[in-house]
Design a protein around this ligand. Structure first.
Ligand SMILES: [Zn+2]
Length: 293
């Protein structure tokens, strides 16, 4: 409905120049930051799953436990047969919790190095390398008797990239305690709907996480447009030009609205965004009249 409203023209249907998913990307990633309702809904349902983890002694959790996971931990609980709608939804939301739940290293005894998620780096949260260590090694095997990292052992078995991250994991204060789990994406280590939603819309972006520097260059590019001191409709025009969704003859003929992609002003060249806004004769005359050239 929102997409239809956005692209429509005074009640009539308009061309949807960009898919809903792309419109939902944050502005810094080239979208318009529309709410992705599915991701937001899931993030809210996940809050209920988080409460089950956080408050195991509450009445509702006791009831759910008795009914659905009497012998398991909540994170291992399965759907089972004849589950209620509520239980099905909670397990659907639990997927979200799983995405960001990682171990906080205490004494390391319950964390398996290669099978559990404990490296604070999305989205695998596991070491990149496996150099000859036993598959069932636990973190406690990587610690010295005094509870600090066993540096020679780490150097022998982990890549430099892994080691850098592992050294950054604070041990001192918690090494006497058992291991616990926390939500990685929030500063206070507790699940929150908003932080989860932000992660989710970024995950929707196919390019996300591919290259760090590329990503920040892209973010810088889009934010420069949105921060320009010009009226909003000009920003929208620039955004559409950069997303290549202007109604140029090239784009209109791709969508079979026009049969020819030749520019209607010069009758010579294909009219793409560059031609329409910059290189065509008319555009050049226009720009010469302005302060910019
Ligand atoms: Zn032309």
């Amino acid at each position: 409905m929102i997409a239809r409203y956005w692209w429509g023209k005074s009640g009539r249907k308009g061309i949807h120049w960009l898919g809903w998913r792309k419109l939902c990307k944050p502005k810094c990633l080239g979208g318009l930051g529309f709410k992705n309702f599915e991701a937001f809904n899931k993030a809210m349902v996940a809050k209920q799953a988080w409460r089950i983890l956080e408050k195991p002694t509450s009445l509702v959790v006791k009831i759910l436990k008795a009914r659905y996971f009497p012998h398991d931990d909540f994170m291992q609980a399965s759907l089972g047969s004849s589950s209620s709608m509520i239980w099905k939804s909670i397990l659907w939301g639990r997927e979200v919790i799983e995405d960001g739940l990682i171990w906080r290293v205490g004494n390391g005894a319950s964390i398996r190095v290669f099978q559990d998620r404990w490296i604070p780096k999305p989205f695998t949260f596991k070491p990149l390398t496996d150099r000859g260590l036993d598959w069932n090694t636990t973190i406690s095997d990587l610690l010295t008797a005094s509870g600090s990292w066993n540096l020679p052992l780490l150097e022998q078995h982990f890549s430099l990239e892994d080691r850098d991250i592992i050294f950054g994991i604070a041990l001192g204060l918690v090494s006497q305690l058992g291991d616990s789990k926390f939500w990685f994406f929030s500063k206070n280590r507790k699940y929150s709907v908003n932080t989860r939603y932000r992660v989710a819309v970024r995950q929707c972006d196919e390019d996300f996480g591919v290259g760090g520097s590329n990503q920040s260059a892209q973010e810088g590019f889009w934010m420069r447009i949105w921060k320009l001191a010009v009226p909003n409709k000009i920003k929208m025009l620039i955004w559409r030009a950069c997303t290549d969704i202007l109604p140029t003859t090239v784009n209109l003929s791709k969508r079979r609205v026009l049969t020819s992609h030749v520019c209607s002003r010069c009758g010579k060249y294909p009219e793409d965004a560059y031609h329409a806004l910059w290189s065509s004769k008319m555009s050049q005359i226009f720009w010469k009249c302005t302060y910019f050239i």
